[in-house]
Write a protein that binds this ligand. Structure first.
Ligand SMILES: Cc1cc2nc3c(=O)[nH]c(=O)nc-3n(C[C@H](O)[C@H](O)[C@H](O)COP(=O)(O)OP(=O)(O)OC[C@H]3O[C@@H](n4cnc5c(N)ncnc54)[C@H](O)[C@@H]3O)c2cc1C
Length: 297
């Protein structure tokens, strides 16, 4: 089950980061429950598609788990979609579009797994996946399976109130039938907007900062006003198209990305009097590095 010294750069969308000393690709529920029980109080991390994770150049010290095999299924029924946590959000959205199910265009062009989507409450500014959840299931470190409702998980913007060491395994989502033409054009339009305004042709991690909200506006606006749009450090660049994205131009290190984040945060504090908070997950950094970008240790 366990592989050693696995390069996380190959498993994250950013293509950045060092090694995981122990890495398990878990294909069955029995494998997952065995793996979490075997941790015996030791901390571990769960990797989905790595579309929202920046891994340190030094890698991580904790074992890393990822879900595949039986966790990859998506099943469309009359009014719902049931998906394993290893399935892709694009598969969910594609099934909704092809099956003419209404209310799923908000997730068009959002990369990631269902498990990562549940943990991050992925979505648009107004709608998150938890707005569609009927139930979700997670494995606890003790190897118990807990089924929860949105009321239990208390989702907020890009966040859920579910212990960080619980591993989402599956969820059922509402998927009511809609009018085929309307569903199709809503998806096409949303995808067009995303591809036009965000960065898909280079490795990124999606939006770096949480939106600070009124009166400051969106994160990209404050980064822009701080004069950081287009800034380059080493192999990383705050993209010209979207100032809340930092791209890997080819040979970026995590240190390059962290430098741009820390410099942006400092300048935004000067221009706006606020400290930006990261939306991305930072793995393997020390307390000082995390503090420099406003992330909790
Ligand atoms: C080009 C681009 C566009 C994006 N656009 C959007 C957008 O519009 N809206 C949006 O919300 N996000 C967006 N993102 C960010 C990303 O797509 C989402 O955060 C997505 O949910 C990440 O899923 P993942 O499987 O890649 O998670 P990962 O990046 O692998 O992990 C993210 C977090 O989820 C945890 N996690 C992963 N799987 C599980 C599991 N099974 N159980 C428990 N925890 C788990 C990880 O431990 C980590 O804390 C974008 C990213 C990119 C690169």
């Amino acid at each position: 089950m366990w592989e050693t010294d696995v390069p996380l750069a190959t498993l994250t969308r950013y293509r950045i980061g060092g090694l995981a000393p122990r890495f398990a690709r878990l294909e069955t529920m029995a494998d997952l429950l065995d793996a979490v029980r075997s941790m015996d109080g030791l901390e571990y991390r769960v990797l989905g598609w790595g579309a929202n994770v920046l891994v340190s150049d030094r890698g991580v010290s904790e074992p890393v788990l990822t879900l595949t095999g039986e966790f990859d299924s998506v099943l469309l029924s009359e009014h719902a979609m049931e998906a394993g946590a290893g399935a892709g959000l694009p598969a969910l959205v594609g099934d909704a579009r092809r099956g003419s199910r209404t209310g799923w265009e908000f997730l068009e062009a959002v990369p990631g797994s269902v498990g990562g989507g549940l943990r991050m409450n992925a979505g648009s500014v107004d709608v998150g996946v938890w707005d569609r959840v009927l139930w979700a299931e997670a494995a606890t470190p003790a190897g118990e399976l807990i089924r929860m409702s949105p009321a239990d998980a208390r989702p907020t913007y890009r966040c859920v109130d579910v212990p960080g060491d619980w591993v989402f395994t599956a969820a059922s989502f509402e998927a009511p039938a809609g009018e085929a033409e309307e569903v199709h054009s809503a998806h096409v339009e949303r995808r067009r907007q995303k591809i036009e305004s965000q960065v898909y042709e280079l490795p990124t991690c999606g939006s770096i900062w949480k939106n600070p909200g009124p009166p400051h506006g969106s994160a990209w606006e404050v980064v822009d006003r701080a004069g950081m749009r287009g800034a380059i450090h080493g192999g990383a660049q705050i993209t010209e198209r979207h100032a809340n994205f930092i791209a890997n131009l080819g040979d970026a290190t995590a240190a390059d990305v962290l430098w741009l984040m820390s410099e942006t945060r400092r300048r935004v504090a000067d221009t706006e009097g606020i400290w930006l908070q990261p939306e991305i997950c930072l793995w393997g950094f020390d307390a000082e590095e995390l503090d420099s970008v406003g992330a909790a240790a």
